[in-house]
Design a protein around this ligand. Structure first.
Ligand SMILES: C[S@@+](CC[C@H](N)C(=O)[O-])C[C@H]1O[C@@H](n2cnc3c(N)ncnc32)[C@H](O)[C@@H]1O
Length: 256
């Protein structure tokens, strides 16, 4: 089997939380209260700027229907709904407690062109060819990393996109430079771990975060993975020394 396929499926015995839906779902159900605060803390406030960069790629497409998959507390969905008032934005997530935070934010900000729907990204509740854009911010890793069912997520994203529609994915990356990668991995090893020690109940979540970010797939793997599922072209834009990246993958207008 090709190395990339092996990496995609997760070697037997080495699979982690991503392989089964429930542990990951339980983990996210426990953290919504402090999720936004800890994101800002760990990224030193940079995460919102990265979301805005990914959102700019979406806004320039002038979409009418956008799905924010793994929307969590809804930051990306709410930002897009506010910036594209004539678009219908749907935030989709399998964690009801995360969605409750998102819904409260929408009410507080009086944003009406957004809805939040509970469901699993491996079996999306929408019809074929429904969306111009599927956005995924910091949730793609949760869906595909060391998960032998990761093809289900990609197939579902492909299915619900309209022909010519795009997947725009913001996710942690692997810096190309060895020294930056070394520093990034040290940071990921100690900072989320430190947070986990200070906040009981968060240990598992931040151990998973460290581990999955440090071992997440490289650019070439992701590009091949998406191309093998029918997306073309697929482009990868690293940001902040490659610590994060925006991947843009188009569903061709004619699918053979
Ligand atoms: C790290 S959070 C990212 C949240 C948000 N997109 C952001 O930018 O902060 C990952 C989110 O993906 C959701 N998620 C992970 N796997 C999922 C799945 N299979 N189906 C639906 N949601 C999923 C989790 O519940 C969680 O809310």
């Amino acid at each position: 089997m090709a190395t990339i396929e092996k990496q995609a499926q997760g070697e037997a015995g080495k699979e982690e939380m991503g392989s089964s839906k429930q542990p990951l779902q339980k983990m996210f159900n426990r953290i919504p209260g402090r999720y936004d605060f800890l994101n800002r803390l760990m990224t030193m406030g940079l995460d919102q700027g990265w979301r805005k960069k990914a959102a700019a790629c979406i806004i320039e497409e002038r979409p009418r229907k956008v799905l924010d998959l793994g929307t969590g507390t809804g930051d990306m969905a709410l930002y897009l709904a506010a910036k594209i008032p004539d678009a219908e934005v749907t935030g989709y997530d399998f964690s009801a407690p995360m969605l409750n935070v998102a819904k409260k934010k929408a009410e507080r900000k009086k944003i009406n062109n957004v809805i939040f729907v509970e469901g699993d990204a491996a079996d999306i509740l929408f019809k074929d060819d429904s969306f111009d854009i599927v956005a995924v911010s910091f949730a793609f890793r949760n869906m595909i990393y060391k998960n032998r069912n990761n093809h289900l997520y990609i197939k579902e994203i492909f299915r619900i996109l309209k022909p010519g529609g795009k997947l725009i994915c913001l996710e942690s990356g692997q810096p190309q430079g060895r020294f930056v990668r070394f520093l990034f991995h040290k940071y990921m090893k100690f900072v989320p771990g430190g947070i986990a020690k200070c906040l009981s109940g968060y240990k598992e979540a931040y151990f998973y975060l460290s581990n999955s970010v440090m071992n997440f797939y490289y650019r070439d793997f992701l590009l091949t993975f998406l191309q093998n599922h029918g997306f073309h072209p697929v482009k990868y834009h690293p940001m902040f020394f490659g610590v994060v990246a925006i991947t843009i993958a188009r569903k061709p207008c004619v699918v053979y």
